[in-house]
Design a binder for this molecule. Structure first.
Ligand SMILES: *Cc1c(COP(=O)(O)O)cnc(C)c1O
Length: 449
């Protein structure tokens, strides 16, 4: 009897102590973890266990895909699933029209095609972006003007965009990089003043908001991506959003070989060029299933990211990317921050990232200097570009694309964490911060390795 009692008592005491550490005094546990030896020097990992895997799926997806399979209507010209997805997507974004397309790149291509962008036109884009933003401009033989980065936010600099505008500028195409909105007040004003359409590359920014309104509502149109890594995923896919009825018709027409659709809302628009960028019913179904979780996931990323920012701001030399004051929600496709080695005994960013990986915290240095890559600079000698623009303009183009702030950011400071990590727990966020504090404490030692 007494031994059973004692055992119970013992277990209950352990539970109380454990609970006290986890909930009552997280800072104590956290401080202890930060005192430990860094994993790269043989100590225990700060982040134990694993972050949530991506994508998330269950029987909802399975049922939807099987249903499409059995209808034998596999394309949007056959069935109604893509159309149903478009209705739901528009509702989710509070936007009048959405068009599903085969990728984020296709969404941008459709928008530029519907605007009939071509040789001789300039399109202002950020230098700090995924290369697709650049490629869609170049495939139209238009001139991409690469604009420097606001180092604090990692976003396209609005003032420098203004300075880059010429009479040839036909589109201003900022990217909500990492899923955080650009300064949309500045960009919408700029577009209005110059009578140039604003196109939002919102491929990373599902459900991000500016002043309570979802991105993709501010420009003439928004482009979204559903590629595997993105916050809403159907392997490959994308969407155009717009509040302009004539424009969505032109987009539909462009993406469907110059032809209108079955429903009246997609009657034939105007345009003289087109292609096939249609989404399949399987992807439409997958998106409808994934959308049953997208709001909850978005809420969780936002809450965890804010909690993480609070922790990281207390670490000297770690500066989370600034959100502009109009931001009411970031999609946090990426959690971006700047690293300053001066607060880490001169430990280089690369050494810091390696030490962070060893702690069980996946990371990346992020984008590089696109304007200086061989792929981009070779455009200055592309035979078609020389024919259209001439050598002088192309040499001048290389000079126009200089981006000193972006050089600084990407060469030494930028760090990314990934969206799936933000689907974890508060404890995961604390362990990320612990890892950095631990590295900071032993930075001199790690630097000597
Ligand atoms: C992913 C992405 C794209 C392209 O989307 P895909 O679906 O991969 O074609 C374009 N722009 C940005 C900023 C992206 O992150």
């Amino acid at each position: 009897m007494s031994s059973t009692f004692n055992r119970r008592k013992f277990i209950s005491n352990v539970t109380i102590v454990g609970t006290g550490l986890a909930i009552g005094a997280p800072h104590i546990a956290s401080a202890r973890r930060a005192d430990a030896k860094p994993a790269i020097l043989g100590g225990p990992k700060a982040h134990t266990g694993s972050f949530p895997s991506w994508p998330v799926e269950n029987t909802i997806e399975e049922k939807g895909l099987t249903e499409v399979l059995q209808t034998k209507k596999w394309g949007r010209l056959d069935g109604n699933t893509v159309a149903a997805f478009e209705t739901e997507y528009s509702k989710l974004f509070g936007v009048k029209h959405s068009l599903g397309v085969s990728s984020g790149t296709s969404a941008l291509t459709t928008i530029l095609g519907a605007l009939d962008i071509g040789p001789g036109d300039e399109v202002a884009i950020p230098v700090y972006t995924f290369v697709a933003t650049y490629n869609v401009v170049v495939l139209n033989y238009a001139l991409p003007i690469l604009v420097d980065t606001d180092i604090e936010s990692f976003q396209m600099d609005a003032a420098k965009t203004k300075a880059a505008i010429t009479p040839q500028t036909k589109v201003i195409m900022p990217v909500h990089i990492g899923g955080s909105p650009v300064d949309l007040d500045a960009f919408t004003t700029l577009a209005k003043q110059h009578h140039i359409p604003l196109v939002e590359d919102a491929c990373q920014a599902h459900l991000a908001e500016w002043k309570g309104v979802k991105v993709g509502n501010y420009g003439l149109a928004g482009a979204f991506s559903f590629q595997s890594s993105k916050n809403l995923n159907c392997a490959e896919g994308g969407a155009v959003t717009t509040n302009d009825e004539a424009f969505i018709k032109n987009c539909y027409t462009f993406h469907n070989q110059g032809q209108g659709g079955r429903s009246t809302s997609f009657s034939t628009g105007v345009g003289t060029r087109g292609t096939n960028l249609r989404l399949t019913e399987f992807q439409g179904s997958l998106l409808l299933s994934q959308m049953t979780r997208v709001v909850e996931q978005s809420n969780r990323r936002w809450e965890n990211a804010q909690y993480l920012s609070g922790l990281l701001k207390k670490i000297p030399g770690i500066t989370p990317a600034k959100l502009y004051p109009g931001t009411t929600r970031s999609a946090y496709h990426l959690y971006m921050f700047r690293y300053d080695k001066n607060h880490f005994a001169g430990l280089s960013r690369e050494q810091f990232l390696k030490a962070l990986s060893a702690e069980g915290v996946p990371n990346s240095a992020g984008y590089g200097q696109m304007n200086k890559s061989d792929y981009v600079t070779a455009l200055a000698t592309n035979k078609h570009y020389l024919k259209i623009y001439g050598e002088k303009t192309m040499q001048h183009w290389l000079e126009r694309n200089q981006c000193p702030q972006n050089d600084l950011l990407t060469a030494q400071q930028s760090v990314w964490l990934f969206q799936n990590m933000l689907l974890g727990t508060k404890n995961d966020m604390e362990q990320i911060a612990d890892a950095m504090r631990k590295i900071q404490k032993h930075a001199a030692e790690i630097a000597k390795r």
